[in-house]
Design a protein around this ligand. Structure first.
Ligand SMILES: Cc1ncc(COP(=O)(O)O)c(C=O)c1O
Length: 430
């Protein structure tokens, strides 16, 4: 029997086991406070947070301007339902999403942009599919290997990982087709991925019955797999040829995570028809969006889109500040600097640690793929990191990728400490 004293953590975890469904899995972390890049647990331990509640804290926990905007809105009203009464914070977030839309840069310059706001990334993806179907009058949806789009039934069907996400939850909705996505480290290059899509159009689904193709610019849960620069233009060309709408899922890669507001801005001349955002958009509150050209977004008729809580005023007040902050040149400069520093440190670590197969990512959205296609080592590293006070997440089809999601305004000292702990954890894990 353990002689360790019982703590508040044990009390909460015991009640959690008693009252909360086990399908929602949690580690041995009971949070009582969070600020900036830190999370404090019920036993008083302060963790350095490189998980960000899964990519939701690009501006850090409790970012002061966001908290101030939330307080102000809380004193006005908490809920209204946009279908019952219009309110300014919702419109303001849509205005800012239009202003920062990646669809405004070249060909579509000046095109009017509209958005719908919802509660979660999965709900936003579902709405993007509804909008694409309404706009094209076509049923089919093409998705990609290593993609993750959410946990609702439609988005689960779109997601490319069986355990733990899909097993036992079928049957899934139909008209979802999957092609290979580029994954150069594991041998799938642009040519092979394009060939897989062309094969899909020959073997499984008529390209002219496809409403949209949904792709993460950087595949998040799939292992921070960056779409190669020559892939997206070829994909966009195929979409244009067959009249397919291109939906960029930027739920994880957006809102500054790779430096610019959207990861797709790294790809000159590639513009999605619809862009899906979420996670960090609400600065810690639940908010997600679909943004696109007015003629596409307005395809569904009045009443066809919406939901009771979508675009909650408090979440919108937070999001307006998040978008303004991430758009500031200084914020971007710091994110770019972070990307350079992180990449150099991880490359250096990879030269000393032969179990690291690849350092990859875009800007400051970086990860380490371990050579072995098994979750064991990555799990041992995240456990060792936890013991040392660092919150770290694994991802990838095989669970063998360690992803780094510190706030983009993390200090040099915090970054240095976190990377030191990561290295120690790798050394300690076997
Ligand atoms: C790329 C991507 N799309 C969609 C989702 C689903 O978002 P949510 O969990 O808010 O439903 C996620 C969540 O991890 C994601 O990473």
């Amino acid at each position: 029997m353990s002689l360790r004293e019982r703590t508040a953590v044990d009390d909460v975890l015991e009640a959690r086991a008693r009252y909360v469904a086990r399908g929602v899995s949690t580690p041995r972390l009971v949070v009582t406070r969070a600020e900036g890049a830190h999370v404090e647990a019920a036993d008083g331990i302060v963790y350095l947070d490189f998980a960000g509640g899964i990519a939701c804290q690009n501006t850090g926990h409790g970012f002061a301007p966001v908290v101030a905007a939330i307080h102000k809105q809380v004193d006005r009203f908490l809920h209204q339902c946009f279908m019952v009464g219009t309110y300014e914070p919702y419109v303001e977030v849509c205005r800012r999403l239009a202003e920062h839309s990646p669809c405004l840069s070249s060909a579509a310059a000046g095109a009017e942009q509209k958005s719908i706001l919802v509660n979660s990334g999965a709900e936003a993806i579902e709405n993007a599919v509804k909008i694409a179907r309404a706009a094209t009058g076509r049923p089919a949806v093409v998705v990609f290997e290593n993609g993750f789009h959410g946990r609702t039934l439609l988005t689960m069907a779109m997601t490319s990982k069986v355990r733990p996400y899909k097993a036992g939850f079928g049957p899934f909705p139909g008209e979802i087709y999957r092609a290979a996505a580029p994954y150069p480290y594991r041998g799938v290059d642009t040519d092979a991925a394009i060939a897989s899509l062309e094969h899909l159009f020959r073997s499984d689904v008529d390209a002219e019955s496809v409403a949209c193709l949904v792709l993460e610019t950087v595949q998040g849960e799939g292992g921070f797999i960056v779409m190669p620069p020559d892939y997206l233009p070829r994909l966009a060309e195929l979409c244009a040829r067959y009249g397919i709408l291109f939906v960029a899922d930027e739920v994880q890669s957006g809102v500054g995570r790779t430096g610019p507001m959207w990861a797709i801005e790294h790809y000159d001349g590639v513009e999605p028809d619809l862009l899906v955002s979420g996670k960090s958009l609400g600065g810690g509150l639940p908010l997600a969006a679909v943004t696109g050209r007015a003629e596409v977004m307005d395809a569904p008729g009045p009443g066809g889109l919406g939901g009771t809580f979508g675009g909650n005023p408090v979440a919108c007040a937070a999001a307006a500040v998040v978008l303004a902050t991430v758009a500031e040149p200084e914020f971007r400069a710091r994110a770019d600097e972070l990307g350079v520093t992180l990449r150099a440190r991880l490359d250096d670590l990879a030269t000393r640690e032969e179990r690291i197969g690849e350092v990859r990512g875009l800007g400051p959205m970086l990860a380490l793929e371990l050579r072995e296609q098994s979750p064991d080592l990555a799990q041992a590293v995240t456990a060792a990191a936890f013991e040392r006070g660092l919150l770290l997440l694994a991802c990838g089809l095989y669970g063998n990728v360690l992803r780094l999601l510190p706030p983009l305004n993390v200090s040099d000292e915090e970054l240095d400490r976190g990377l030191g702990l990561l290295e120690e954890s790798l050394a300690a894990a076997h």
